[in-house]
Design a protein around this ligand. Structure first.
Ligand SMILES: Cc1ncc(COP(=O)(O)O)c(C=O)c1O
Length: 441
């Protein structure tokens, strides 16, 4: 049997690496190819033993034990462990009282499952643009989207930064709407010490393999504040006969992973802080802004590009982004696009086939659902001017690796003429991100 612990130690990073020719020019890559692999999730003997022991136990009890342990960790009143994040969001919406034909406000920038969970609840997603700094739902644009059909606002804690829930719950209270969190990126993230998932009326959270808190394979959990909402969700499960149960092997893996979650969170926070500080020393790059009192969980780390600060603003921004992406990947840092199109630009919202014959969109008397991507200029601009580090940063990687990542960004920052050369050589074929087919992640 091969394990994934076949690794080589990294060389200790050195500032001199910045002066070396770029890998694109034939120089040494900051991270040589044979040390680029990141392992995630980390599996220890505790996980293996927990799963082996659980296989012979009563499956429902193992799931209940996990559900209760994580509910307590999050500080939510009620929880239902589920088969996926999407199903947890569906339950969170149903529990909050969303009915067929209702409208639910969601951000234009998220993963498609946020909006598809609304469709699963037979309701209509209404998209609203994001805040240019936090990339989360912009509360100042929400009121314009509220109609007499609106039932809920569903913010997403994008990349792990909690959305502005204080402002959004103010709006929800004012218009008697429910607040449903999509906390899929935000395990252990918090606002003034209250954990994501426990703040809104209800919440859904993915626990799939690539999330900061993974159960083995697919999984999710829904949280509820009010007993009535929790019971409504349970009732839906019982009466619809839909099986959204979490597998107990996944729950067992989650139980032992939960013990180590605070440790991994601390390493992620340390690495993100290191990278943000290093990027602040460059002209071209900057890391995420985290408002005071907010804790980011860094499921992803979005790097903002400012080409104008290197005199590259006569070039088209998305071409500059593409050139930087090529250069940094050659240095061994897999920074890339995560989403290239606002969610309303994805096919299911453009064609509105729904479950067939257009249901549930046919429940609406709207002529215009607002799914034209040009209505979301902040999202479009962000997609043209940023790159994302995904797995590499959510993995609790070693300190020297994060130093190497920082050096790779600094090396690109020191070579604006190469970025220009690459853009000018690139020709006209490249399309802007959102003119290409929508990519899921
Ligand atoms: C923001 C967001 N919401 C919901 C989901 C859906 O979760 P799942 O894939 O577990 O169904 C994801 C998955 O990546 C996500 O990123």
């Amino acid at each position: 049997m091969k394990t994934d612990f076949i690794r080589k130690p990294l060389d200790l990073p050195s500032d001199e690496w910045i002066q070396a020719p770029l890998a694109y020019q034939g120089g040494p890559a900051v991270l040589p190819e044979d040390v680029r692999k990141t392992n995630f999730p980390i599996i220890t003997k505790e996980d293996v033993i927990q799963m082996l022991v659980s296989i012979q136990q009563d499956g429902d009890k193992v799931v209940e034990e996990f559900q209760e342990a994580y509910r307590q960790y999050v500080g939510a009143n009620y929880a239902i462990a589920t088969a996926s994040g999407t199903s947890s969001l569906h339950l969170a919406l149903v529990g909050a009282g969303v009915q067929p034909g209702d409208e639910v406000i969601v951000p234009a920038f998220t993963f498609i499952a946020t909006a598809q969970a609304v469709v699963a609840a037979k309701a209509i997603p209404i998209f609203v643009d994001i805040d240019p700094v936090t990339y989360c739902l912009d509360p100042s644009k929400v009121e314009d989207a509220i109609t007499r059909k609106t039932k809920a606002i569903m913010p997403v804690h994008v990349h792990g930064l909690p959305a502005d829930l204080p402002a959004l719950s103010g709006i929800a209270n004012q218009y008697s709407l429910r607040l449903v969190e999509d906390a899929s990126h935000a395990h252990s993230a918090s606002i003034h010490g209250r954990l994501a998932g426990s703040i809104g009326d209800s919440a859904g959270q993915s626990l799939m393999a690539d999330k900061n808190f993974p159960v083995g394979g697919e999984g999710g959990i829904a949280f509820f504040k009010e007993k009535e909402d929790y019971k409504r969700a349970l009732d839906f499960l019982n009466t619809s006969g839909i099986d959204y149960r979490m597998s107990w092997i996944a729950a067992a893996f989650g139980l032992s992973q939960l013990d180590r979650l605070p440790y991994y969170d601390a390493i992620r926070a340390r690495n993100a802080a290191y990278l943000t500080k290093a990027l602040a020393e460059t002209k071209l790059f900057s890391g995420p802004h985290v408002p005071g009192g907010y804790k980011h969980s860094y499921n992803m780390y979005r790097v903002k590009l400012s080409p104008e600060r290197l005199g590259l603003d006569d070039l088209e921004d998305f071409r500059v982004k593409d050139a930087i992406q090529q250069l940094i990947q050659l240095e061994g840092v897999y920074a890339r696009e995560w989403q290239n199109v606002p969610i309303p630009g994805h096919l299911p919202f453009q064609n509105r086939k729904g479950f067939g014959n257009g249901y549930p969109f046919t429940l609406s008397d709207r002529k215009d659902f607002g799914y034209d991507v040009n209505r979301f200029p902040v999202t479009l601009n962000m997609l043209r001017n940023s790159l994302t580090i995904c797995r590499e940063l959510r993995t609790p990687i070693e300190y020297e690796r994060i130093q190497a990542y920082a050096l790779a960004f600094k090396k690109i920052d020191a070579n604006p003429h190469i970025i220009r050369e690459l853009v000018e050589r690139g020709g006209g074929e490249l399309k802007s991100p959102y003119e290409r087919d929508a990519r899921l992640g």
